[in-house]
Design a protein around this ligand. Structure first.
Ligand SMILES: O=c1ccn([C@@H]2O[C@H](COP(=O)(O)OP(=O)(O)O[C@H]3O[C@H](CO)[C@H](O)[C@H](O)[C@H]3O)[C@@H](O)[C@H]2O)c(=O)[nH]1
Length: 328
């Protein structure tokens, strides 16, 4: 059985569903602070609670035959991390240490960790490889880098085996449109543009129009949540098979799209026109983040199957089918 922390969240719920389809048994641990019970596949065991609750972790690890942990639960908004860094150090660092401690106490030594491209900071080249320097420019990135450092140390001394996946910009929804992205408040670009095109907001804010990028807006590498999910399952299989190897992989598509590119693509796919307003830069945003995914393709055999159009189309289907998101 695999324990999925944050399995009621956007990414965790997609990976949970895919693992169940592949025949894995899954237990989801989630405090529903940002996740949704309705997003959790009914075939999974659902445990309500916090990853920082050591008594609960003790019970979970005693009761269920957990072979590995996929650790999604974390705070993950760059802007919020700048305003409230302590939340990030507590949720992402302190509580993760408690989780890993309990895992090791129960001889659970396999972990898939949700890391981020925010660990790199401002890239020196145009495409980021995993060996690029790590100089995060916001507390979110720093909190994830702290855990990566801890994981490396524990893998050398405590027998922990981990795969850390550095996500670029995750978007899109399950092809069934039964699960998708539902945050409150929504801060991410693609859902914000689509919700605006549904008539929910007056305009789309563009955070910064004078970056040193081709059109002056930030460039990001968007990856479909189902491609991301495939990579998690490959990483899990890799950990189980190789057993001794721990590693770090980028998860992106090697294609950069600016904020304006995204708005134009959303307009074309929905056949609607957006109203945009250029606002000041959001603090903590690097101008350009594009992955090299060569390593994960070579080592894990990961093949992304969705392009930007499919990312936006599946997200649009989800928003159209669930204009209010999950039932509240
Ligand atoms: O309404 C919006 C929302 C976003 N943006 C811009 O669009 C780009 C993408 O922003 P998102 O908020 O969608 O995503 P981030 O790049 O901030 O965040 C993503 O990348 C981060 C690393 O930088 C973390 O990994 C984080 O979890 C992940 O969602 C940024 O340049 C942002 O400034 C806008 O212009 N308007």
């Amino acid at each position: 059985m695999i324990l999925v922390t944050g399995g009621a969240g956007y990414i965790g719920s997609h990976v949970t569903r895919d693992m169940l389809v592949k025949g894995y048994k899954v237990a989801v641990l989630d405090n529903l602070s940002t996740g949704h019970l309705e997003a959790v596949d009914k075939r999974a065991i659902f445990i309500f609670g916090d990853i920082g609750d050591e008594r609960l972790l003790e019970q979970v690890f005693k009761r269920f035959p957990i072979r590995a942990v996929m650790h999604f639960s974390s705070s993950c908004l760059v802007g919020e991390s700048v305003r409230n860094p302590m939340k990030y150090y507590q949720n992402n660092v302190e509580k993760t240490i408690r989780l890993i401690n309990k895992m090791l106490a129960h001889q659970i030594t396999r972990l898939i960790f949700s890391s981020t491209c925010a660990t790199y900071g401002i890239p020196t080249g145009t495409v980021l490889t995993e060996d690029h320097g790590l100089h995060p420019i916001n507390p979110y990135g720093r909190s994830k880098l702290m855990i990566e450092t801890i994981l490396k140390d524990l893998s050398e001394s405590n027998g922990l085996h981990y795969v850390s996946l550095r996500y670029f910009n995750v978007a899109g929804a399950h092809p069934s449109a039964e699960i998708g992205e539902d945050h409150f408040p929504e801060t991410h670009l693609i859902p914000n543009v689509l919700q605006h095109l549904q008539g929910k907001t007056k305009e789309v804010s563009i955070f910064g129009g004078d970056y040193h990028t081709p059109d002056g807006t930030c460039v990001r590498d968007y990856i479909h949540v189902c491609d991301l999910s495939d990579a998690h399952i490959l990483a899990l299989e890799y950990l189980v098979q190789s057993n001794l190897v721990s590693d770090i992989f980028n998860l992106g598509n090697e294609r950069g799209y600016s904020v304006l590119d995204i708005i134009k693509s959303c307009e074309a796919i929905t056949n609607r026109q957006a109203r945009v307003k250029v606002l000041p830069k959001r603090f903590g945003d690097p101008p350009l983040l594009v992955a090299s995914s060569e390593k994960i393709r070579n080592v894990l055999g990961w093949i992304p199957k969705h392009n930007l159009e499919q990312i936006i189309r599946t997200a649009w289907n989800w928003h159209e089918k669930h204009p209010e998101g999950f039932p509240k």
